[in-house]
Design a protein around this ligand. Structure first.
Ligand code: ADP
Length: 433
């Protein structure tokens, strides 16, 4: 590792010949020669002129020229500035602490100050780091001189994981000293993702296994005790069809989610007329709403509201929200859909039901995969527990938000808030349906 900036040789000093070594003294030699030549006509003896020339030239050579003075100033400044090794440590965003063989802290960067606190000058490493696992690691590396790492987790103030690594360093800046570098690599996000993935696979398998177990049970019954019972077989077939349909819905939703995840960072390209899209969804869901005895009311502004978006994905969003409002808010017998487009903000679409509402503690978790207020009710209403997770993903791609307000006993309102930039475009679009 390079040490100080002043170590970088400048071009004049890089030559090794006599000419290059005398190069910086040329002005002194020239001034001396002129004065010596001028002194001969003035009546001095040649030996006196040569002696005078010698004294004058050496004086000028010893006196620092402008460049030499600048160099000596740079040298003094460099003694005050920290060696480059430490400047690099400072620039790292990974918490890093340098300590010596007595485990006294020599340097810590800003990220380390945030993580473990500010060490007073020459404090012991254990003044801030109390974890026995980390202190044992430090002792082992100091004793053996070989790099090692351990995984460390803490639960307070929040759950965090780090890979803590200690390695000996060789530096030219502290020649007599053995130094060690202690780093903390944050694994929290990676661990969180791992846990989410494991939970997701466990949940998805469980959701698929339930209808599958039921299917297998019915097949076995029909092969055995119900082999000749025509009436039972007819009944069983219709239950089996329902279970198979449930598995198909689940697989469709899982595929939808994975497709959305793949496109998460690609902004949608088309333009969508919100009023027309909502009317299309309402027409499709009307038979279901009629069966449930729910009336759907739509209030649209006079002017068309157009947002940038993918029409198929927004159909999926509004279908999910309106279907949920009809299913879970069935008791209210009425679902109200309102589109507003305030000048100062983006467009809003609110789907309001007048059913039992949702208790406060469930509201923040509704968009989690497989989260349901009541699993049995959701299953009975052909839910997969993935609808609102899909809505959240689609809206994230559209730079839109979902705001849920619910009052138990009065109903729930799910509002999609498109950002202003998305809803600003009001171009005429071609017929979509
Ligand atoms: P599901 O497939 O179970 O309907 P969703 O992700 O669409 O899954 O919804 C998650 C849960 O949120 C539902 O199981 C239900 O408990 C609750 N929920 C959603 N919409 C409403 C609503 N309008 N009123 C009451 N509860 C709702």
């Amino acid at each position: 590792m390079a040490e100080n900036t002043q170590d970088t040789p400048d071009s004049e000093d890089s030559g090794t010949g006599l000419a290059s070594r005398l190069g910086s003294h040329v002005p002194a030699l020239a001034v001396g020669s002129v004065i010596a030549l001028a002194s001969i006509p003035a009546g001095l003896q040649p030996w006196q002129a040569i002696l005078g020339y010698g004294v004058l030239a050496s004086g000028l050579m010893v006196w620092p020229t402008g460049k030499a003075a600048a160099r000596s100033r740079a040298e003094k400044k460099a003694q005050k500035t920290p060696p480059l090794d430490f400047a690099i440590v400072e620039a790292l965003d990974m918490p890093t602490i340098i300590f010596d063989q007595e485990t006294l802290v020599v340097r810590q960067n800003a990220a380390a100050k945030v993580l473990v606190g500010d060490y007073p000058e020459r404090a012991s490493l254990s003044a801030r780091i109390r974890s026995p696992a980390i202190l044992d690691l430090v002792a082992r590396v100091v004793a053996r001189g070989l790099p090692e790492s351990v995984e460390h987790s803490e639960r307070v103030p929040s759950e965090r994981w780090h890979e803590v690594r200690v390695a000996p360093v060789k530096t030219r800046s502290e020649p007599g000293k053995r130094l060690y570098v202690l780093t903390f690599r944050d694994l929290t996000e990676a661990r969180r993702m791992d846990r989410m993935r494991t939970d997701f696979v466990a949940n998805a398998s469980h959701e698929l296994r339930t209808p599958l177990a039921s299917l297998m049970g019915f097949i076995e019954t029909m092969q055995g005790p119900a082999r000749n019972d025509e009436a039972a077989r007819t009944r069983f077939f219709s239950i089996m069809l329902e279970q198979a349909q449930r598995m198909a819905r689940l697989i469709d939703d899982l595929l939808s989610l994975s497709r959305l995840e793949m496109r998460a960072h690609v902004a949608p390209e088309g333009e969508v007329n919100l009023g027309r899209t909502i009317m299309h969804v309402v027409d499709t869901l009307k038979p279901m709403a009629n069966d449930l005895g729910v009336e759907i009311e739509v209030a649209l502004p006079e002017e068309a509201v157009v947002v940038a978006g993918d029409v198929d994905e927004l159909i999926q969003v509004f279908s999910n929200l309106i279907e949920n409002a009809c299913k879970y808010g069935q008791a209210g017998k009425r679902v109200q859909i309102t589109v507003t487009n305030p000048v100062a903000e983006g467009a809003d679409v609110t789907v309001q039901d007048f059913g039992p509402g949702i208790a406060k503690e469930h509201v923040p978790r509704l968009t989690e995969r497989f989260y349901r207020v009541d699993v049995e009710t959701s299953r009975a209403k052909k839910g997969t527990g993935l609808g609102l997770a899909i809505v959240k993903h689609i809206l994230a791609r559209h730079r839109a938000r979902l705001v849920v307000r619910s009052t138990p006993g009065e109903g729930s309102a799910f509002t999609v808030k498109f950002s202003r930039a998305e809803s600003a475009k009001k171009t005429i679009i071609k017929e979509l349906y």
